[in-house]
Unconditional design. Structure first.
Length: 171
């Protein structure tokens, strides 16, 4: 339970930091925010929240954190909402912008494939939500693994590796 609270606190801190940074950058000395920068900031914030919401689930699935049905249920519901926001977050093509982003140009070059992968994630998250409602811890852990597999698939194809490596791709 303590690890779950810590993971939630880290997520809240990260989201707050991203939001505050975005607000400061958007001020820009009275200038209008750059639409590309705004799009990237939104994507980064969304993906940070998705990651922070998924981490406790992954830790539980791998046995690195005690299983907590309440946290799993809440995070599955939240992931369901967040996964549905991905297409909107990647609507603006920033592939030729001067803004730093971990999203690879292939996101927009093969946008239909990217959107299909996002839809696949949404489907897997919905399956996770159904597994939670079914009550079988084994089914939940399998569903979490399936969600993670789609995340990894997307990151490998559509995201730059973060500095220092650490599993594919970008925001």
């Amino acid at each position: 339970m303590q690890k779950a609270k810590k993971a939630i606190l880290v997520t809240i801190t990260a989201v707050t930091a991203v939001t505050m940074t975005a607000a400061v950058l958007a001020q820009g000395g009275g200038r209008r925010p750059n639409p590309d920068q705004t799009a990237v900031q939104f994507r980064e914030a969304l993906m940070t929240v998705i990651g922070g919401t998924a981490v406790p689930l992954i830790l539980m699935q791998r046995g690195r954190m005690p299983y907590n049905a309440e946290v799993v249920a809440k995070n599955a519901r939240n992931l369901n909402t967040l996964a549905g926001m991905i297409p909107d977050a990647f609507e603006r093509d920033t592939s030729s912008a001067t803004v730093k982003t971990m999203a690879l140009p292939v996101v927009w070059q093969n946008h239909d494939e990217f959107l299909m992968t996002a839809a696949k994630l949404k489907t897997q998250v919905e399956a996770l939500d159904m597994a939670v409602k079914g009550g079988s811890q084994d089914d939940v852990k399998t569903a979490i693994m399936n969600v993670g597999a789609v995340c990894n698939q997307c990151h490998m194809k559509f995201r730059q590796s973060p500095p220092g490596g650490g599993g594919g791709g970008g925001r």
